[in-house]
Design a protein around this ligand. Structure first.
Ligand SMILES: [Zn+2]
Length: 160
């Protein structure tokens, strides 16, 4: 998970930890990385570049710079937290934690609720006709989890 941070706040922290670096140079690097990010320039591996990491390393994504798969409480500039994968899906690791909403697949990508297939069982279930956000979300999560299974099972099924 990312910790969103403004450029100004990050510059303060970075200079505190690296007192020999020049603020001007750091800001130029951050701005350049952010520009690249916004222009769709990717890491050599194809992923979005990590602005904070690119401020002190050659421009690259989080995984290439840190050799870790996912950020865990690492900073990222808030203007670069709308990261999406190549299909335009949002990954939970790149979302502002205050704005996480919806359901995500095993890889952390958001699932478009409209794309979830509705099993036949749902069509004869009371829950399918209840307009309750929480209930509908639970139904969708159950459907999404079993999307690739042959038989759909549901503990919440209630015959119409
Ligand atoms: Zn990379």
């Amino acid at each position: 998970m990312w910790i969103p941070i403004t450029i100004d706040d990050y510059v303060k922290i970075h200079l505190h930890n690296n007192p020999n670096e020049k603020e001007k140079v750091l800001r130029v690097r951050i701005d350049a990385a952010l520009d690249d990010y916004k222009n769709g320039v990717k890491c050599q591996c194809g992923k979005d570049i990590w602005i904070v990491g690119s401020a002190s390393s050659p421009f690259g994504c989080f995984s290439c710079i840190t050799e870790r798969d996912y950020p865990a409480g690492d900073y990222e500039i808030d203007g670069a937290l709308d990261k999406r994968d190549k299909d335009g899906r949002i990954n939970i690791n790149f979302m502002d934690p205050r704005k996480i909403n919806g359901i995500f697949d095993e890889d952390g990508f958001i699932i478009n609720m409209d794309s979830i297939k509705k099993p036949a069982l749902c069509l004869i279930c009371i829950k399918n006709y209840i307009d309750n956000w929480d209930e509908n979300l639970l139904c969708n999560m159950n459907r999404a989890e079993q999307e690739d299974d042959e038989e759909f099972k549901c503990g919440a099924y209630e015959k119409l």
